[in-house]
Design a protein around this ligand. Structure first.
Ligand SMILES: NC(=O)c1ccc[n+]([C@@H]2O[C@H](COP(=O)([O-])OP(=O)(O)OC[C@H]3O[C@@H](n4cnc5c(N)ncnc54)[C@H](O)[C@@H]3O)[C@@H](O)[C@H]2O)c1
Length: 384
């Protein structure tokens, strides 16, 4: 058995299976505020329908934070973060949990590390750290979102689709990675190591994407019979990776070109819930937002005229749509596009604004960024 001791806080649908799995490899204690649950866990009478979730592995269960802190090197937080009446994340339980941890730490010189598995809002990492801001040696906090489904929690913990760790960049987080990597039954993936905001956001973004996929296939299915479409084959196509895994996940400008806008138009003719129209609206409003950043009458250089770099096709190019929006603001617009051999004067300082829609013009972009009073809008970067 590994010598690192673990304390799991919040023994619900996630926390109890987490404690069950960890207790097979680490000395583990479990904590919950629900006294009746703790009593029945200690008596061995607690029952759960979660497959393979045994409760006998933990050394003991408690409601006492002092006891948990004194028995743990790493504390794994699994308290609930439900939605409140206004649709916001209710952080009451998290707050109570961290207040209790801070209080327990006050009466000991022990240093613990905290791994948060609960689903969080992006700003919560910093907020949780603030509970310990008075401490000389605040415990390190790492955000470790998990992708599990009720009914297969232990299996999902053992076969995670990815492993994400969000921490304070000044401190190493090897201990958090090691916690899971040292368990032989847990599949190891090259971890995604990031800041606390991004780690929390990845969980929300992933689940939002799942809901969009479900809505998409749902919308197709609702129309399938009418259109003579076999929805099961359609689902199978996507399940087998028909969506080209990994493609189109690059942050960048809106989409254009001869295929996507046209095919989305066709899709919209079949469906009427508005999902596809919403996508068109987002695509167009992103161009509007760019145009809104440019002052009227500015002289503008748009880098890229074709619908993407490396092609000589301008059909449905967003560059031309953007030009229309800028002309309405009485701007003067030039294009720079090596694919079309359109190379206006190379002096970027002749412009008020440079808008980058194509990749591959790094030298020009850095020159533009160094030119004072020149507005640079690089659609491939979120950098100011
Ligand atoms: N259930 C899932 O499928 C799932 C999946 C991924 C992530 N999560 C996340 O895991 C977290 C927990 O979810 P859950 O479904 O297990 O919730 P749950 O409601 O089933 O369990 C939460 C447990 O925490 C306990 N608790 C509340 N406040 C406490 C405190 N101050 N100190 C100690 N214990 C406290 C509760 O008594 C309860 O037993 C949430 O953030 C959730 O979003 C859940």
């Amino acid at each position: 058995m590994n010598q690192t001791s673990i304390g799991v806080i919040g023994l619900g649908r996630l926390g109890l299976p987490v404690a069950s799995l960890l207790s097979r490899y680490y000395p583990t204690v479990g904590l919950d505020i629900d006294q009746a649950k703790i009593d029945s866990l200690n008596k061995g009478t607690f029952t759960t329908s979660e497959p393979n979730c045994t409760t006998s592995g933990a050394a003991y269960y408690t409601t006492d934070y002092d006891s948990l802190v004194s028995s743990s090197d790493i504390v794994v937080v699994c308290v609930n973060t439900p939605t409140d009446a206004n649709g916001n994340m209710d952080s009451t339980q998290l707050k109570e949990c961290f207040k209790s941890l801070d209080k327990a730490l006050a009466s000991t010189s022990k240093n613990i590390k905290i791994l948060v598995l609960s689903t969080l809002m992006p700003e919560h990492g910093e907020w949780l750290a603030s509970f310990f801001s008075e401490r000389k040696w605040p415990p390190q906090i790492v955000i470790n979102p998990v992708w599990i489904a009720i009914g297969s929690v232990i299996k999902d913990l053992q076969n995670p689709p990815m492993q994400v760790y969000g921490g304070d960049s000044d401190k190493p987080i090897l201990w958090a990675i090691k916690l899971w990597a040292d368990i032989p039954s847990v599949e190891y993936h090259t971890p995604i190591i990031t800041d606390t905001r991004t780690a929390s956001f990845l969980k929300l973004a992933h689940n939002a994407w799942c809901t969009m996929k479900m809505s998409f296939i749902g919308e197709l299915g609702d129309k399938a019979a009418q259109l003579g479409i076999d929805i099961n084959t359609t689902s199978e196509f996507f399940r087998r990776g028909g969506e080209r895994p990994g493609a189109f996940w690059q942050y960048g400008p809106s989409f254009g070109g001869p295929c996507f806008p046209r095919d989305l138009d066709f899709f919209n003719q079949f469906t009427d819930s508005g999902l596809g129209r919403r996508v068109q609206l987002i695509n167009f409003s992103r161009l509007h937002n760019i145009a809104a950043q440019v002052k009227s009458k500015n002289t503008v250089l748009i880098v890229g005229k074709t619908y993407k770099e490396g092609v000589d096709i301008t059909e449905s190019s967003i560059s031309l749509k953007l030009e229309q929006l800028l002309l309405k603001k009485s701007c003067v617009v030039d294009f720079l596009d090596e694919d079309l051999n359109e190379l206006p004067g190379s002096d970027v300082s002749a412009y008020d604004t440079v808008i980058v829609l194509h990749r591959g013009y790094d030298r020009l972009i850095s020159e533009a960024r160094e030119t004072s009073n020149l507005q640079v809008i690089d659609l491939w970067s979120t950098k100011e």
